[in-house]
Design a protein around this ligand. Structure first.
Ligand code: PSU
Ligand code: MN
Length: 305
């Protein structure tokens, strides 16, 4: 088994059987601009603590897999500029080379499973990109959800992606896509994408039961819980559509491909919106962290002897 370095807080939580919520680090290094990225990372960790659970931010530092970062480590990552973006394909190579990298949804799921953590909170997942019929750009996050048994709480997916195709691929892979408390699949900055979600659940307890039921059935793979952004923090899709279209056109014109696509689009959108998109992003990650902590509590209660 992989040798994991736990933060003091996560190590204590593991020995006491306290609920733990995994957090990714690519959102910090490639998903939000400094210095707010670090403020958000710390605020999200504090929300999980306030809910009586323990946050485990995951990253590779100097060739070691860290599950839970000490404050100084989180600070270093938040200020670093040349950190690798690690997905399923890159994680082992980075560890073998003694490198440093931030984990995407896919790599965070792999690490969470290795650490025995069932629940993971983030903002948005990767998915099927617009134009995938020619580019073949489909995030490794989707296949990870099909094979690694972690419940991922996200606010749906950004409109930089082709949402109908993303839902089709998730269905093909047998991934439960569960809208929380509503019928529609949420679209990150908006509570609704206008597309119905395949499944709906209304309580953390029900989501926890379904997570445990998949394990009991011997099914590989996790669940995607799509938690709508609170209405007060939402941004109308009409406001963002032209900005996203322009970012996509720039990416195409500049020949951006592979793992550079998502960070490029996110960066352009942040530049083109005056802070509002970032505030909404922060609000929805906080909202997801709260729900993930509730699910982690419920899984703990339902498995307690
Ligand atoms: N979508 C967002 N914010 C993000 C990401 C996606 O709204 O920060 C990050 C996540 O780490 C996700 C990764 O796992 O991008 C997906 O990258 P790719 O499309 O290259 O698989
Ligand atoms: Mn991609």
């Amino acid at each position: 088994m992989i040798d994991i370095t736990y933060s003091a807080e996560v190590a204590a939580a593991k020995s006491w059987g306290k609920p733990i919520v995994a957090l990714e680090s690519t959102i910090i290094t490639h998903g939000m601009p400094a210095p707010r990225n670090l403020e958000v990372a710390c605020a999200v960790e504090d929300i999980i603590r306030a809910e009586g659970a323990v946050p485990a931010t995951i990253a590779v530092l100097d060739g070691r897999l860290h599950v839970g970062l000490e404050p100084a480590q989180l600070d270093t990552l938040g200020h670093a500029t040349d950190v690798a973006k690690l997905s399923r394909a890159d994680l082992a190579v980075c560890l073998a080379n003694g490198g440093t990298g931030a984990t995407t949804v896919a790599a965070t799921m792999i690490a969470a499973r290795a650490a025995g953590i069932a629940v993971f909170a983030t903002g948005g997942i990767g998915g099927v990109h617009k134009g995938a019929e020619t580019s073949f750009d489909i995030s490794a996050d989707l296949r990870e959800l099909a094979q690694t048994p972690v419940t991922v709480v996200a606010a749906g997916a950004k409109a930089i992606l082709d949402l109908p195709k993303t839902l089709e691929v998730l269905e093909t892979y047998g991934v439960p896509v569960i809208a929380y408390g509503q019928d529609d699949f949420p679209a990150f900055w908006s509570p609704s994408s206008g597309l119905p979600a395949p499944l709906r659940m209304d309580t953390p307890e029900a989501i926890a039961r379904a997570h445990l039921m998949r394990g009991a059935l011997g099914l590989p793979g996790g669940q995607l819980v799509a938690n709508p952004i609170p209405a007060a923090d939402a941004i109308p899709a009409d406001t963002l559509a032209p900005i996203i279209a322009r970012a996509q056109a720039e990416a195409d014109a500049q020949g951006i491909t592979a793992k550079a696509v998502t960070p490029f689009l996110l960066q352009r959108i942040f530049e083109a919106t005056s802070g509002q998109s970032l505030e909404a992003n922060i609000a929805l990650v906080a909202n997801n962290a709260r729900l993930a902590a509730g699910i982690a509590h419920a899984i703990g209660n339902q498995t307690a002897k």
